[in-house]
Design a binder for this molecule. Structure first.
Ligand code: ANZ
Ligand code: ZN
Length: 802
């Protein structure tokens, strides 16, 4: 037999699949469908990272398996190609971003194709293609038409190095998410999308979705629903309204705090004895990001308003008013009642400025720290609330406030509207013009879409952060579609999140030029059945695209209220020493090198075998070699085939068990243990010294989704009919899977840490994989490197870690 030549085999089968259109989704809607989706890549200049193939291979396994189970599978790919890195590169190297994008895509595409992923390349999309962004613009116009896009002068997060406004989500730890540059506050007029109108539905509808729990939790926290009340305090002839989640503590309010940007401060210009000090403080606060302002740990600052005081509506007490940066204008009403006894920030502020602390919920020592436990406290010093539990007191005080007209029950959300303009070149033009005569923003008629991105000489933003489009007078000056008078185009472009907010719909009908996708196709393919992507996209892309989809549902474009039925997420691949892979650390593994030396099948298998799919794992070149050795042993099965056409008696149970195990594990993200089961079965073949045709046949099918090329080649070599990708997924008989299992102890560095259940005759790989997959054992391994694995059959597993 020839030796295992991965290069020849992989080239051959990639060519055949392409030629046969093996993985094209069919338009025959009589079949059951399955839509598997991965997050389409941003074609950066760095090319593919070894982190990319991990989720791609996982869903490729699912997609290939579903085809074998008789589904019409849509497993598409495309390019999320607008955005800053490309534009910055274009500016630096004086190459048009379009060319940069083309080159990057060509490289990415070749890399992805070399991995044998079963994408339907006939549906490839590109967000920068006018035939695509025509529909991004169309959706924007619909949002505009329904009043969900509006322009607002606002303080924005301004990245001083990218020279671009950032959404709150793009500021991480006070710096720019992309470049790590300093973020300042600036006033700017921006297009906004009213995602807040969908806040409640975005929470409620999570209930019916199969998202992994941590995604649901993060989305809920991000939307940040809280229940409380708004209450009016009297200040002179004005009512100063506050928002509180703890109206029960109203008797403990010893001062008020307003945001330095609160509009009342201007109204009080005359009354205030220290107006200058207020203005100076506002400037100081403005230089900081919201993140810095609200950080719990930071030293509290503030200015007392001299010359005015507030009256607490429930006890008539006169209390001082302060301004401080920790109160944001963008949340609640921009003013709070401060209850230092029961709120940590207020407590620190009161201690610093010597303000009184009055306990209103008993159970703590409020002179030492704020008492914030709401489950066990009882109300004190609170008039008619005394003796009540917190929850009871909350309802009682709200009823009282509502009855007296002093306030009302109120739900608030942390979620802010989505800042939808960027003052940059490489994005979708916003299809609106401003007409002086009509006195408003006027949408372009649909027939004028796409509004093409014009050619410019320089893509650099202007010195004050204007979009590069602003300097193109010829393009900017146009006529009003309504009155025909002179009008000016909007020169901001859309943020990178625009194109990815609906791309999964375009895959359903990518070449349609009448609509974003036909009704029949949308109905047939929706929703995406399984979407896998990074946890870092939970609060941005995932929320944005759910919002757009709900909007499209409301206007009758799509047929389901939610875009994705199931959402899972993968862990990162780290460098060998458990550090993040990066150029500066010199620990980057190039997937091309692995594919070249060991083959795509080894690469794929390794990335699935590397560890728990949901956790971060370090790369291991030895692990790669191990997977290659496994495939070489698989290859040699060709010399061991017997003439028997059934399962042999000896291996019948092992066959049924393995089919069951692989079938189930591939559904629950346990690709590593699925592969371990195949390794164990291979050992069984070797122990028997032979493999029957039926055994080999099903073994190859089970292995095919993870290692598609070698299995296709062996299928052909062994004279099985057709292609392996056209076969049916093997079935198992539950009665024939029953076999003795044993419970076995697991040690880490010689110390007993738990037990796992394994098959009595489990092979070393299987036993070790079961131990690693165990939740308890796994938690001891987090962040460690396993240097030695010992298995004493039937007795003990010992892992030596560093
Ligand atoms: C009085 C009080 C007493 C509060 C107490 C808390 C505990 P969440 O849950 O995040 O919605 N707050 C209201 N508006 C604010 C703003 N614009 N900037 C900063 N803080 C603001 O938090 C609501 C609580 O955060 C509110 O309830 C208010 O403080 C504060 F024992 O009011 B609380
Ligand atoms: Zn007009």
């Amino acid at each position: 037999m020839k030796s295992y030549d991965h290069k020849a085999i992989e080239r051959k089968w990639q060519g055949i699949w392409e030629q046969e259109g093996a993985f094209h989704a069919s338009d025959d809607k009589s079949q059951p469908k399955f839509y598997a989706l991965i997050e389409f890549p941003y074609p950066s200049g760095q090319g593919l990272h070894v982190g990319h193939p991990r989720p791609y291979t996982a869903l490729d396994i699912v997609a290939r398996k579903r085809r074998m189970q008789g589904y019409n599978v849509l497993f598409p790919i495309g390019w999320d190609a607008f955005g800053l890195p490309t534009e910055n590169y274009a500016i630096k190297n004086k190459i048009h971003p379009k060319i940069v994008t083309e080159n990057n895509i060509a490289r990415f595409k070749a890399q992805l194709q070399s991995l044998g992923l079963s994408f339907d390349w006939s549906r490839e999309i590109n967000t920068t293609d006018p035939s695509y962004y025509k529909w991004t613009q169309w959706i924007f116009l619909k949002l505009f038409e329904k009043g969900l896009a509006y322009k607002k002068e606002m303080a924005i997060n301004w990245c001083t190095s990218c020279k671009v406004g950032l959404a709150n989500e793009e500021v991480v730890g006070g710096v720019c998410e992309r470049c790590g540059g300093k973020v300042e506050r600036r006033m700017k007029t921006q297009w906004m999308l009213k995602i807040t109108e969908y806040a409640q539905r975005l929470i409620d509808d999570l209930d019916d979705l199969d998202y992994i729990e941590r995604v649901k939790i993060q989305q809920k926290n991000w939307i940040g629903r809280s229940e409380g009340a708004e209450v009016d305090f009297t200040v002179g002839d004005k009512k100063l309204r506050i928002y509180t989640t703890r109206p029960d503590t109203l008797f403990g309010a010893t001062y008020m705090v307003m945001s330095p940007e609160h509009p009342y401060l201007e109204d009080w210009k005359e009354q205030l004895e220290n107006y200058d000090e207020v203005v100076a403080y506002r400037e100081y606060a403005n230089s900081k990001s919201d993140f810095e302002r609200t950080e719990l740990a930071k030293e509290k600052t503030g200015v007392e308003l001299k010359g005015i005081r507030a009256i607490n509506p429930v006890n008539g007490q006169s209390i001082p008013i302060w301004i401080s940066d920790y109160v944001l204008m963008s949340y609640g009403t921009g003013a709070i009642m401060a209850v230092p006894a029961h709120d940590t920030r207020d407590w620190e502020f009161a201690k610093k400025f010597g303000l009184p602390i009055i306990e209103v919920v008993s159970g703590g020592e409020v002179e030492k720290e704020a008492f914030t436990d709401i489950a066990n406290g009882v109300m004190v010093n609170s008039g008619f609330l005394d003796g009540m539990q917190v929850k009871e007191a909350k309802n009682a005080i709200i009823a009282y406030l509502e009855e007296k007209g002093l306030g009302e029950r109120k739900v608030n959300y942390k979620l802010r509207d989505w800042v939808f303009s960027r003052q940059r070149y490489w994005g979708e033009p916003i299809p609106l013009v401003y007409c002086e005569h009509c006195g408003k923003w006027v949408p372009l008629p649909e027939s004028e879409l796409p509004l093409m991105l014009p050619e410019v000489d320089s893509y650099e933003p202007g010195p004050n952060g204007e979009s590069p489009l602003a300097s193109m007078e010829e393009w900017v000056n146009t006529t009003c579609p309504v009155c025909g008078g002179p009008a000016k185009r909007e020169t901001d472009t859309m943020p990178q999140w625009a194109g990815s907010s609906w791309y999964f719909l375009r895959y359903m009908d990518p070449h349609n030029d009448e609509c974003l996708a036909s009704k029949e196709n949308l109905e047939y393919w929706s929703p995406v059945d399984w979407y896998n992507g990074g946890m870092e996209h939970t609060t941005l892309h995932l929320l944005y695209s759910r919002f757009w989809h709900k909007f499209l549902y409301d206007i009758g474009v799509v047929s389901t209220p939610e875009p994705y039925q199931k959402r899972t997420s993968h862990g990162m691949i780290l460098g060998e020493n458990n550090e993040k892979m990066s150029k500066s650390r010199g620990n980057v593994v190039n997937p091309d090198d692995i594919v070249e030396e060991f083959g795509a099948d080894t690469m794929r298998l390794y990335e699935m075998f590397i560890g728990d799919f949901e956790k971060a794992v370090p790369w291991s070149q030895n692990g790669v070699k191990g997977c290659r050795r496994f495939l070489e042993r698989v290859w040699k099965l060709q010399d061991m085939v017997s003439e028997e056409d059934d399962y042999t008696k000896e291996l019948e149970i092992a066959m049924h068990r393995t089919i069951k195990k692989v079938s189930q594990d591939d559904e629950t993200l346990k690709f590593n243990t699925a592969i371990a089961a195949l390794m164990a079965l291979l050992n069984d073949f070797y122990s028997a010294g032979k493999v029957s045709r039926a055994e080999l046949r099903d073994f190859l099918i089970l292995l095919n989704p993870a290692a598609p090329h070698i299995t296709e080649e062996m299928w052909e070599n062994c004279g099985f009919e057709g292609r392996i990708y056209q076969q049916e997924w093997p079935r198992y008989d539950e009665n024939k899977t029953i076999e003795d299992t044993i419970e076995i102890g697991v040690q880490i560095n010689g110390k007993a840490k738990g037990t796992v259940k394994i098959a009595k005759n489990a092979a070393q790989e299987e036993a070790i994989a079961a131990a690693k997959a165990d939740e308890k054992i796994g938690s001891f391994l987090q962040g460690k490197t396993v240097v030695k694995e010992i298995y004493v059959p039937g007795r003990i597993i010992n892992l030596v870690v560093r």
